[in-house]
Design a binder for this molecule. Sequence first.
Ligand SMILES: N[C@H](CCC[C@H](N)C(=O)O)C(=O)O
Length: 281
Amino acid sequence: MKFTKMQAYGNDYVYIDAIHQELAKLPELARFVSDRHFAVGSDGMVLICPSEVSDFRMRMFNPDGSEGEMCGNALRSVAKYVYDHGFTDKTRFQIETFGGLQNIELQVENQKAVNITADIGRPVLDTGKIPVNTPAAEFINQPVRILDREFYITAVSWGNPHCVTFVENTKDFDVETYGKAIEHHTELFPNKTNVTFAQVVRRDYIKIREWERGTGETIGCGTGCCTALVAASLLGLTDREATVEQIGGPLHVKWDSDTGHMIMTGSSHTVFEAEIEVPFL
Ligand SMILES: N[C@H](CCC[C@H](N)C(=O)O)C(=O)O
């Protein structure tokens, strides 16, 4: 099976062309390729698929085999993939996800996409108890007891469930213990959740660490950055545009006040392309 390893802010996935290759047993395939000892090693698997309603479709799977409805870094990387591989020569197009149709705009240098802007639509402030895109009860800065602590949590859905809580210092924070506990708080988040721990540094600068559903701590998370900005600006801690510093680097995010859409702009990189023998395919 042919694949491409790409990373965006160190959020690394195995990208597979599912337009020209037949694939099967997708959850098993995701668990297999993501393994850092026995296979390629990644934060998950992303498929580039044909779409009946837009230019392309993306599907993303976590290393535990579960499927995420949306992924900001994968979205921008798929946009780069289809352009760099000559699947399209458009610099503006759409990618279908389970989180809706996402609008892409590429900045190209030497026939390669170097910077990718993605409009990922409007956030829904909910924990996943209601169907996505239903105007809903808002879940903003709610006190929630997790293990031995109380957290103030804001829930944001981009199609996939996210939540964010503000901490004093992300650097020393025990992301694993509390991230895991919040991820699995299924009374509040029936579909589990991605968890962002954020620290506001200035009105236009936020630091985050991310605990991802089905993955664990990652060093970059596009939708996590967007989630942090939504909560921080709703709470009056930042303006509607910020740089979000992740361990893997800074991403620029803007929550457009005219449209209510979230716009993220950042890079993505191809690491290598290769073939892997999959014993069960
Ligand atoms: N890293 C991703 C999010 C993946 C979310 C996934 N872990 C889920 O189960 O929803 C990003 O850049 O937005």
